[in-house]
Each structure stands twice: as structure tokens, then as C-alpha cells.
Ligand binder design. Structure first.
Ligand code: ATP
Length: 391
């Protein structure tokens, strides 16, 4: 590792205030001859981590999340791009600049928390102060470590072996230890992935409340969309080494920019579109296999609202369902007639899969609708919550 962690020559370069990390145009291939664009694990990745914010890299396995995180940490060296951290350029491919991981203002929390089993809780916590960037000695180390253990509720366990802690306590210790290295940013690589679902849900809330309490910026990697939505101020959705969308959780869910994002975040009906034309008030009229659908949302620029291809995107909770014999569709209602294929009772509602022409549409319906497989129903999409996605 050491031979490629060398130069750190230029003086401090200015980073934009208020941003803990700025990543610009990062490109990394693991191939020796990285000429072929398809060989890049990440390609043109750019984003910011603002001060005190929780930012998550989210995407399916192999999309480049860990590679991005490792480049930020300095554990991998990219072939292109720049990284600024706490007011300094820590990586610049064009200038051959690469600050070593131990000299970057970061703390990394790995999947297994990286806790030393042969050390006490206190010694684990004190480790970065004894061995990190800003080394300290003597009583001050013990005092600061004890103060931090108190903050995370582990002071009474300071002299225990770290292996005697529960999963949740280990997470708190990993968090305390990371903070004691005075990092600008915490880097977390799927720290909850080894835990069962119930503990995961509890610990993610705890993780978030610590991060807020200490007002530290965090860059978090996960492939679990519910975790990303629950924890993050900002989610960066990645696909095949590129960024698809950067947005807050609600906006990602309500305004996905592509069919990939719509499908990856929550569940979505994606109806293939034959062609589109501009509709009233900036909407898009999309011709699909089940008829024309009015889409009140579209990330496409107004000039790009006529064309071929793309998808209508509507979430199951935004599909209105009624029994086909509940009365004829009202004038102006673009209703779609279909037949129930499956019906699942979920307590407070039914989840229906309705076949309409060539497409299967998932919809949530009132539990008392009582629809069963084989029943005819009519569906309507609310234009205000229906999107046209060009790709
Ligand atoms: N050390 C390596 N050598 C060669 N190829 C690698 C190496 N590490 C990652 N890759 C490749 O780079 C691409 C991105 O991998 P990366 O681990 O960054 O993805 P990820 O999104 O973190 O996936 P996961 O969620 O499975 O950890 C993948 O195609 C992967 O096979």
C-alpha cells in the first residue's frame, strides 16, 4: 500500500466553506490498462458532503459504492478526478497528488466495527488518540476517552473486554472511537449489515442520533434503500459506476429522475411509453399500451416532452382502484379496466396485481374493497403523482 501513497506536496488548497468533502469527476478502474470506458468501476462521480450532514451512497451490488468510499478514504487511488476535504485537496489525479489515508481527516467504521478483541473498551476507544493523526499521551488520553464513553453510555464498561459488548454497544464503541480521532467526516461501509433486521432498525436510529448530537458529517454506504431513506439527509443513487440522482429521501421517492431510481427506491409501476406530447400546465401526455396517461411530473425539460420511449411511473399507493361495477367511470377520468391477478391482505389494505392489456399494475386498495383474483376493477392514476421518465 505504501508505494503509491506518496506525494503530498502542494500547499493547502481552498475548499468551498460549509462542505466537508467535495468529490469531483472521480474515475477508477481496477484494470491495468484502463482505456475501455466499460472497465471503469466508477466513472465521473461528483458529489459534496456538507458539514454535519448524513450522506449515503446507495445502489445495487457492484455499482461502485465501496470503490467511491475507499477513494475518499485514500485506500484506493483513482485514475481521474479530485477530492477536497476540510479545506485541502487530498487527491488530484492531474497533479499526481495523493494524501495518505492516515493523513486525511476521516475515520472509517467498517462492517464489523473493526474493534480489537484483545483490548478493553477503554483501550479501543483511546486507540486513535494514541496512534492517529493528532497523537496524545498520558492522562489526557484516558480522560478524553472516558468522557466520550460517557457520552455514548459505555463508561461503566470501560474496563471490560470489547468482546463482552453486545452488537449495539460495539456500534457505540466504534462510533466513540471514530470521533476520538477528531475526524472531519465519518466513513461508514455497511456497518449494520451483519445484524438481524430488528437490531438493524434500532441501531440505525441510534447511529443517526449520535451523528446529529455530535454534528459530524457522515458518508455512508448501503445497498438497503429503506436504511438509506431512514438515515440520510441526502442520498446518492449509483448505477454501474455512475450517479443516477442526488436528492433528499422524499424527493427521490416522489420525483425519481429515471426508471432505475424509481424501481430501486420503493416499488413502482413502470409502464412502457410509445410516444409523448406536451399536456396542459407543463404536464406530459404519454401514450401507453393501456391508453393515454397524463403525467403531472417529469424531470424532462419542457422542450423534451415530445418524443418516443420512456416510462410512466406511478407508485402503488397512487393508483386508485374501484370495483368495475361501482358505477361507470366519470367523464374526464382516464380509467383503465383490468382484472385482478393476485390479491394480498396486508391488514390495513390490499395489495393487488391487476392485469390490464400487456401490463401488470400493482395497486394498494382499501381492505374492504374485498377484490379477489378474477374480479374486474377499474384503475385511475392521479396525474399530480404520476411521472413521465424519459429513461
Ligand atoms: N479489488 C478489485 N479488483 C478488481 N475489481 C474490483 C475490485 N473491487 C471492486 N471491483 C469491481 O469494481 C466494481 C465496483 O465494485 P464495488 O465494490 O465498488 O461495488 P459496491 O457497489 O460497493 O458493491 P457491494 O455492495 O457488493 O459491496 C465491481 O464491478 C467490482 O467487481
Amino acid at each position: 500500500m505504501t508505494e503509491n501513497m506518496t506525494e503530498n506536496v502542494a500547499g493547502p488548497a481552498k475548499a468551498a466553506p460549509g462542505r466537508s468533502i467535495v468529490v469531483d469527476g472521480l474515475r477508477k478502474s481496477y484494470e491495468r490498462n484502463a482505456g475501455d470506458a466499460a472497465a471503469y468501476a466508477i466513472d465521473g462521480v461528483s458529489f459534496d458532503v456538507p458539514e454535519g450532514q448524513f450522506v449515503t451512497l446507495l445502489g445495487p451490488s457492484g455499482c461502485g459504492k465501496t470503490t467511491t468510499l475507499r477513494c475518499v478514504a485514500g485506500l484506493e487511488r483513482a485514475q481521474g478526478g479530485r477530492i477536497e476535504m476540510a479545506g485541502q485537496i487530498v487527491f488530484d489525479a492531474s497533479q499526481g497528488r495523493h494524501v495518505r489515508p492516515e493523513d486525511r481527516p476521516i475515520a472509517m467504521v467498517p462492517q464489523s466495527y473493526g474493534i480489537w478483541p484483545h483490548m478493553t473498551v477503554l483501550d479501543n476507544a483511546a486507540f486513535p488518540m494514541r496512534h492517529g493523526r493528532n497523537r496524545r499521551r498520558g492522562e489526557e488520553v484516558r480522560r478524553r476517552a472516558m468522557e466520550m464513553l460517557e457520552q455514548v453510555g459505555l463508561q461503566s464498561m470501560a474496563d471490560r473486554w470489547a468482546t463482552q459488548l453486545s452488537g449495539g454497544q460495539q456500534q457505540r464503541l466504534a462510533f466513540a472511537r471514530a470521533l476520538l480521532g477528531d475526524p472531519e467526516v465519518l466513513l461508514l461501509d455497511e456497518p449494520l449489515s451483519n445484524l438481524d433486521a430488528k437490531l438493524r432498525a434500532k441501531l440505525r436510529q441510534e447511529l443517526r442520533s449520535f451523528q446529529e448530537k455530535f454534528e459530524i458529517a457522515a458518508l455512508y454506504v448501503t445497498h438497503d434503500q429503506s436504511e438509506a431513506l431512514a438515515l440520510s439527509d441526502t442520498v446518492i443513487v449509483m448505477n454501474q459506476g455512475r450517479i443516477e440522482q442526488i436528492d433528499g429521501p422524499e424527493r427521490l421517492y416522489d420525483h425519481p429522475r429515471s426508471s432505475f431510481v424509481a424501481d430501486f427506491i420503493g416499488s413502482a409501476n413502470l409502464l412502457p411509453v410509445e410516444h409523448t406530447s406536451p399536456g396542459p400546465d407543463g404536464s406530459v401526455l404519454a401514450k401507453t399500451g393501456v391508453g393515454a396517461v397524463l403525467c403531472g411530473r417529469s424531470p424532462a425539460a419542457p422542450d423534451d416532452r415530445s418524443g418516443n420511449g420512456g416510462f410512466v411511473c406511478v407508485r402503488p399507493e397512487n393508483v386508485r382502484v374501484r370495483a368495475a361495477d361501482e358505477g361507470t367511470p366519470q367523464a374526464g377520468d382516464d380509467e383503465i379496466l383490468g382484472r385482478v391477478e393476485t390479491s394480498e391482505f396486508l391488514g390495513d389494505r390490499l395489495e393487488l396485481v391487476v392485469r390490464a392489456g400487456d401490463v401488470a399494475i400493482t395497486a394498494f386498495a382499501r381492505a374492504d374493497l374485498g377484490s379477489r383474483p378474477g374480479d374486474d376493477v377499474s384503475l385511475a392514476f392521479d396525474p399530480a403523482s404520476t411521472s413521465y421518465l424519459a429513461s
